[in-house]
Design a protein around this ligand. Structure first.
Ligand code: FAD
Length: 495
């Protein structure tokens, strides 16, 4: 008789794959099945094909695009299959015309005008840090009002910056202020250093991801060869969740299969939900405990759409896409003059000017070549929250220049998320043979999805393989917050 634990993972995105991969290292302990209704693994980590002769690259990552140096577990997974993230100097810009525009590429009038408030924000971030449990939970809009920041500074600088990196759109004022502080200051989550003169440092180092479609494909075939039963195009229903085991039914979801596939009923010892919280709640339905209903029900999801296109006229009508002297503030120092000189040779990256951001476009040009003309660039415009569809300008994109449209289901980082969901995770994880993973358990980042999947596997008895002190600390923090478990290092820290 087999003593292996039968584990079913529901959802094959970054969290599900990380969980399966960690469990698959112990074939003597676990028999792993992973189920997803989609035809491929990766969840929100997807790539699309491009016409290389027209755009200069044959593919584009149209979901997750990149991360910072803190993405250690993500990068480790990439490297174990021969993929390498590529460094990029991040350029962002916000607003249109001289009164509203600012960027981290060169000094602008808006940054100059708000220089005192930028310095004050630095002091407030320190204040949030030291009074974290008290101030951190409040929504950003409350903190901005409490410390008497001007509407202009809040609406043109702080909120757009947070919205861009959390993808929270009009919900941004309701984001917990802990995230504002963490983005600048937390060693594990920091995207860049706070700059007291310009708010964002000049061109922080980020990394763009390799072809995620190929990477996830290679990862899935390797897991398959290690015995993980990956069932794509498959629907799942939970029939029973008892102390003896979990009974589930799976049905093939392939509309082309003739005759339609038969449902299969199986019993598993352990269940790991790696799908969105609302899907998990729906699947549990009457089997959910009141705690699960409360915690999972606290995650608020929004439907967003990305349109990948090459309509540079539309893009420029929304953003400032290139350096123009009228946008620039007077240069006051040598450093600022150098920034202006640099900006004059570059196109500024506007949110998602993918040709500027993703490395494959630069590689095709080669070193020292001038950037591609804007008309050949591939852009991605994200329209957030379909409840506000009326405000979207998506109809203004020239239809013949649209490459792809894709809908996404993403959670919002509302302040309630950090009052109800994140602190509640430890009370539902491990109950009734069920664990939860996914970026929604903390912050919407690929790295969190990976760590959450590894943590669920660890809690089931798989080993955490230390490879880097920083990564191990991040993992330990996640484990403590979401599972209420203290991680024991097998070796002391290197430093
Ligand atoms: C447009 C966009 C851009 C982004 N850019 C970045 C970025 O640059 N950097 C970054 O770090 N993060 C980015 N993110 C966020 C990042 O993609 C996510 O945090 C991460 O990929 C989530 O992984 P996950 O495994 O938690 O969830 P998902 O990737 O959503 O995976 C969940 C899986 O569950 C499956 N599923 C759903 N319902 C069911 C069901 N009923 N039964 C079984 N399976 C089900 C889904 O098919 C999916 O495969 C971006 C997200 C989007 C949408």
């Amino acid at each position: 008789m087999s003593h292996r634990k039968k584990v079913v993972i529901i959802g094959a995105g970054a969290a599900g794959m990380s969980c399966a991969s960690t469990l698959a290292k112990h074939p003597d302990l676990f028999e792993v099945t992973m189920i997803d209704p989609e035809p491929q693994t990766g969840g929100q980590a997807t790539s699309i094909s491009l016409n290389e002769s027209q755009h200069g690259a044959s593919w584009l990552n149209d979901g997750v695009q990149g991360g910072s140096a803190i993405f250690r577990h993500t990068f480790r997974f990439f490297r174990s299959y021969g993929y390498e993230p590529q460094p990029v100097k991040l350029q962002v810009s916000f607003g249109k015309d001289r009164n509203n525009f600012w960027t981290n590429v060169f000094p602008s009038a808006l940054v100059k005008q708000h220089s005192r408030e930028i310095k004050k924000l630095g002091r407030v971030l320190r204040c949030i840090k030291y009074l974290m449990p008290l101030l951190g939970i409040f929504p950003v809009k409350f903190i901005l009002r409490l410390f008497r920041f001007s509407h202009d500074f809040s609406n043109k600088m702080v909120l757009p910056l947070l919205a861009l990196f959390l993808g929270t759109g009009n919900q941004t004022p309701n984001v917990s202020s802990v995230l504002l502080e963490r983005l600048f200051d937390d060693p594990q989550m920091r995207l860049w250093d706070y700059d007291p003169d310009t708010l964002l440092p000049n061109l922080p180092l980020m990394y763009t991801f390799p072809n995620l479609g190929s990477f996830y494909c290679d990862w899935a075939s390797d897991l398959g060869s290690k015995g993980v039963d990956i069932r794509l195009n498959t629907l799942v229903a939970i029939l029973e969740r008892k102390t003896k085991g979990i009974i589930i039914q799976t049905t093939p979801n392939d509309p082309h299969s003739q005759p339609p596939g038969e449902p299969l009923t199986e019993t598993f010892d352990e269940l790991v939900f790696c799908c969105p919280a609302d899907e998990a709640k729906k699947l549990l339905d009457r089997h959910a405990t009141w705690r699960e209903k409360y915690v999972l029900g606290g995650v608020k999801f929004f439907n967003d759409i990305t349109i990948t296109h090459f309509d540079s006229t539309y893009f420029q009508s929304i953003f400032e896409a290139q350096y123009h002297p009228s946008l620039c503030a007077q240069s006051t120092s040598k450093e600022r003059r150098d920034q202006i000189a640099f900006a004059k040779q570059q196109a500024i990256e506007m949110g998602f000017d993918c040709t500027n951001y993703q490395h494959q476009f630069r590689e095709s040009l080669g070193e020292g070549h001038p950037p591609r003309p804007l008309e050949e660039h591939v852009f991605q415009t994200i329209y957030l929250n379909d409840q506000l569809k009326g405000l979207w300008t998506w109809n203004e994109i020239e239809p013949s220049k649209i490459i792809a449209r894709k809908w996404w289901h993403q959670f919002g980082h509302r302040w309630q998320h950090y009052l109800r969901v994140v602190p509640g995770m430890m009370f539902i994880n491990g109950q009734r043979r069920t664990r939860y993973a996914g970026s929604w358990t903390m912050v919407n980042m690929h790295e969190i999805a990976c760590i959450s999947g590894i943590a669920a596997a660890y809690q089931l008895g798989a080993a955490y393989e230390p490879f880097d002190d920083f990564a191990e600390d991040f993992f330990a923090k996640y484990l403590l917050v979401c599972h209420g478990t203290r991680y024991k290092r097998s070796k002391p820290k290197q430093t």
